[in-house]
Design a protein around this ligand. Sequence first.
Ligand code: DOR
Length: 443
Amino acid sequence: MSDSFDLVIGGGMVFTPGGPIATDVGVREGRIAAFGNLTSARAAERLEARGLTVLPGVIDEQVHFREPGPTHKEDLESGTRGAVLGGVTTVFEMPNTDPPTTTATLLAEKVTRASGRAWTDFAFYVGASPENADELGVLERLPGCCGIKMFMGSSTGSLLVADDENVARVLRSGTRRVTVHSEDDMRLSERSALVRDGGSPAMHPEWRDVETALRSTKRLIALARAARRRVHVLHVTTAEELEFLAQHKDIATVEVLPQHLTLVAPDCYERLGTFAQMNPPIRDARHRDALWRAISDGVVDCIGSDHAPHTREEKARPYPRSPSGLTGVQTTVPIMLDHVAAGRLSLARFVDLTSTGPARIFGMANKGRMAVGYDADFTLVDLAAKRTITHAWIASRAGWTAFDGMAVTGWPMATIIRGRVVMRDGELAGTPQGQAVRFLETL
Ligand code: DOR
């Protein structure tokens, strides 16, 4: 074996599958090539990581980057720039753009747009609709696609598969895990009179209530069983769904968000108003505590950000004309590391939720594991760094965060993607060279 590397990360605490080990990491041709004492190895580049923890690259499997369409909110360059500043190495981007990503041509167009502009590695969801339901088995296997996204409840954009017959058609078409926004659209329509112009955003979790989420998730699991199809339930927010989903782990994986683990009603609506409005909504402490319990119990498989940027002007419209969604791709790592510092989850569970978990759920090739032969994607963090999250730090075109002013312990110090350092000490490095993620052939 040659002892010459393109990059050596020296002196850090490296989070291997067996836990943290003090070791150097050698990278060759974008892959992890060796662990061990590499002080005397030849290296084209060395990165001093003393005092830092080297984690497998953080994968965010839920972001909305708005391109093509409302790029005044975000585009693929600004969205992925925020990601690497926040320590994220790979993103899966959602299909509710304009036009929505529902065809092979529109998917290929997104991949082309990302080339040379995306700072992170990436994949795109194809949006399910009654029109393309029977073609999804072909679409989900196209290069650059991470799978199908189905909105069972209306949210931002026009994508919707509301009724059982069409949900079943989507679930019968294809074999990869189907990713789902689970809110019952019929109940949302019935209850829409609850929210009226100029009303309080604190009504958001009343309108989009527990039953709205639970009813949809129960329908989804019954239909998934009938179709023998695996599903990934996004941004689960209720104690009731988690209790139910714990009985269906053979078929369903679960994502939760930092927003729902950190913010709580009614406080968030009193402090932030419509800037806390998102779908599904931030709920009260009973549900937040249930999310944490589901993390301890192992029921939760991954954490995504649901980065959903809207401008301040748009968010400042009177509720409910204010759009739903919070920025998040840049704040996941510091927020969740702060929870680690506070003892709410272990660093091992952080790695499981942000890297190993998404790689397993989606069958990603060569990512999500600190192992020789895997992509050299790393998130280097200082677990003891004390910083404050501010609007000014946020790269998103939206330019704001619901966590402005929050003091945290733990911060991303460097982002490395396939052996290239793209962020160091808060500064970008190099140029955007993100590539489409590959997936295991058999899935
Ligand atoms: O709050 C949300 N915003 N929830 C979604 O499902 C969509 C997202 C967006 O795209 O704005």
